[in-house]
Design a protein around this ligand. Structure first.
Ligand code: PLP
Ligand code: COI
Length: 339
């Protein structure tokens, strides 16, 4: 296999076309055989439910090349299960777990030359999405769906990479509310948050930290990742019904427990900001991104001095990425090879 001619060590987190994407249609109550295509466009009715009523859900996961040249996936089953939960909440057709797995394996294999080389610091980002495509004008669920996956080689989500980022507490805009859809991965949540993120970036921050929309007192999450903080030997991370249950967080909580850290998953109040020693963001794109500071009104709480990553955040990052890249043994059964 001849690898794609790309500057893998300097890739941005941006869309880049590859050889193939894969599509499955749900029609007449059954899923089609998946079709690999090099066409990046989609033709659907202008009355599709995804375009008007937001029947659009997606996932994000990554493939990595290991030192032995094999391609490895991380926790694919969790992404498959989360896509099903998202589908059920928006009355969409759940994609069977096995179909999801087959689709990911097929599309990664078909684009193997785009998997960044081991040691490049980049990975192949996998973006599955599902949309309602039957033509409706009344508000009701579609009876036809398109499930597709594209892949794209990416570098770090924040241009800073493992350099700590600055966050700002967002007091005005909320991305989600209790009883809403903040706990699933639907496009509408990102539309709701775009003003906040773009506004914070214009002020020199990398992202915002959202607050619970009921009391504006508890930390929810960031626009594209979950939040955690370190206090002594404690790993503290918000419990909230309006945040996306991050698969990276699920994994890091387990790693932290096995390191002997005390894990507290509970509502985290803004009043605790002065107490933390270190902080970070957790996500597929963000991996573990250290937080340099959180700005709340005119106060700045600093968790990484002079851009230096704190010891606990660095330790967690090294342990997580060693498993993801196949450098360390995977005692949890989180990884699988694309054959
Ligand atoms: N929270 C939001 C809003 C996200 O978009 C993401 C990214 O997927 C996460 C959290 C992290 O989730 P995961 O670790 O499963 O990628
Ligand atoms: C991910 O981490 O997979 C995400 O979906 C985050 C972002 C790119 C929206």
């Amino acid at each position: 296999m001849e690898r794609a001619n790309l500057d893998f060590a300097n890739l941005p987190f941006a869309f880049q076309d590859t050889d193939k994407n894969i599509r499955y249609y749900f029609k007449d109550k059954k899923w089609s055989e998946g079709e690999l295509t090099s066409d990046t466009t989609v033709t659907i009715s202008m009355a599709s439910t995804c375009l008007h009523y937001g029947q659009e859900i997606f996932e994000g996961l990554k493939a990595y090349e290991r030192a032995d040249g094999k391609i490895q996936l991380f926790r694919i089953e969790e992404n498959a299960k989360r896509l099903q939960r998202s589908a059920k909440k928006l009355l969409m057709e759940p994609v069977p777990i096995e179909l999801f797995r087959e689709a990911v394996h097929r599309v990664v294999k078909a684009n193997a030359r785009f998997v960044p080389p081991f040691g490049s610091g980049a990975s192949l980002y996998i973006r599955p999405l599902e949309i309602g495509i039957s033509a409706e004008v009344g508000v009701k669920p579609s009876n036809e769906y398109l499930f597709m996956i594209f892949v794209t080689p990416v570098g770090p989500y924040y241009k800073e990479g493992l350099t700590p980022v600055k966050l700002r507490v967002e007091e005005v805009i909320h991305r989600a509310a209790p009883g809403g859809v903040g706990d699933i991965k639907c496009g509408g949540n990102y539309a709701a948050g775009m003003r906040a993120t773009i506004g914070a970036k214009a002020e020199g921050f990398s992202e915002v930290l959202y607050l619970d929309s009921k009391e504006s007192n508890f930390i929810d999450e960031s626009g594209s990742s979950n939040f955690f903080a370190i206090k002594g030997n404690k790993f503290i991370t918000p419990e909230s019904e309006s945040i996306l249950p991050s698969i990276t967080r699920l994994s890091v909580v387990r790693i932290a427990e096995d390191m002997g850290m005390e894990v507290e998953q509970r509502p985290v109040s803004l009043n605790e900001l002065p107490d933390f020693d270190e902080a970070g963001c957790l996500g597929t794109a963000a991996v573990i991104t250290p937080v340099e500071s959180v700005t709340y009104r005119d106060e700045v709480f600093t968790y990484a001095k002079d851009g230096k990553v704190g010891p606990k955040v660095l330790d967690l990052y090294n342990r997580l990425t060693a498993i993801q890249l196949g450098e360390a043994e995977d005692p949890y059964g989180w990884t699988e090879v694309v054959e």
